[in-house]
Design a protein around this ligand. Structure first.
Ligand SMILES: Nc1ncnc2c1ncn2[C@@H]1O[C@H](COP(=O)(O)OP(=O)(O)OP(=O)(O)O)[C@@H](O)[C@H]1O
Length: 237
């Protein structure tokens, strides 16, 4: 579903943020991408979803090259950045309908899925309110619902648990597992190692722009906790 081959990125005037990164996310995977602040997670994610140009390497979504056919790639992706910037002058439901229109979601599917996910995130009573009046967590929930209603093949989330209350975080974990069982794939960054350990079937650890461990969660962590392995690799890897 997602293949990254030999991806490198340098920012203008800056050092190399990511070096020769290779990884593969398959259908049904919940793939956790972890690393210290400044390790290169957001840089990689922005290239994967096609909002940042890159010169070195290849990124494919569902077998399609992001460089050659970015529109076809983006139609298969939903991306939730760490600080979603939504349209403040729309109400929640207007925003969801706007996204539904963009992705050609049928009226029937739209109504069913909005009702399902807005209820799960307890956002239904607020869908008629302007987004400008939403809290950070409510905006995060709305962004997540907007991503789910068009049933993306690949869901890419940057720090999705930041700003969510414990109930909403639990709801999101349940939904992430459900959509992957139904055939989507998820690639997400997180600093919440407990959650990554429990939720992800695959993990990649990035340090200073280089992958230092990658694979099935049980192979990456062995008999240890993911936190212990992460600390060891970050300090001595
Ligand atoms: N627009 C930019 N211009 C120059 N350098 C940048 C830019 N964005 C990121 N960087 C640098 O690239 C490196 C990787 O940053 P990135 O945002 O990808 O890290 P991250 O792993 O997402 O970190 P965090 O966990 O803090 O969000 C850092 O050294 C950062 O300073």
């Amino acid at each position: 579903m997602l293949t990254i081959r030999g991806f490198s990125k340098s920012y203008k005037g800056g050092k190399k943020a990511v070096h020769n990164l290779n990884l593969t996310v398959e259908q049904g995977d919940i793939y956790g991408f972890i690393g210290h602040n400044g390790a290169g997670k957001t840089t990689t994610i922005r290239a994967v979803v096609g909002v940042m140009d890159f010169e070195e390497g290849e990124i494919e979504i569902d077998g399609i090259s992001m460089k050659k056919d970015p529109l076809a790639c983006k139609s298969r992706i939903a991306y939730i950045p760490d600080n979603p910037d939504l349209y403040d002058h729309l109400t929640g439901i207007q925003y969801l309908n706007f996204i539904g229109d963009l992705f050609n979601v049928s009226r029937k599917d739209r109504e069913l899925l909005i009702a399902k996910y807005a209820d799960a995130f307890q956002l239904t009573p607020h869908l008629g309110d302007l987004i400008s009046g939403y809290s950070h967590g409510m905006k995060q929930k709305l962004a997540i619902i907007s991503a789910l209603i068009h049933k993306p093949k690949l869901l890419v989330l940057d720090e999705p648990f930041v700003g969510l209350d414990p109930k909403a975080a639990h709801t999101l974990k349940t939904i992430m597992a459900e959509v992957c069982r139904e055939g989507s794939a998820i690639f997400f960054s997180t600093h919440v190692l407990d959650t990554a350990e429990k939720l992800c079937n695959k993990i990649a650890i990035i340090k200073e722009g280089r992958l230092i461990s990658e694979g099935r969660t049980e192979d990456v962590k062995g008999e240890n906790s993911l936190e212990d392995v992460f600390m060891e690799l970050i300090d001595h890897g």
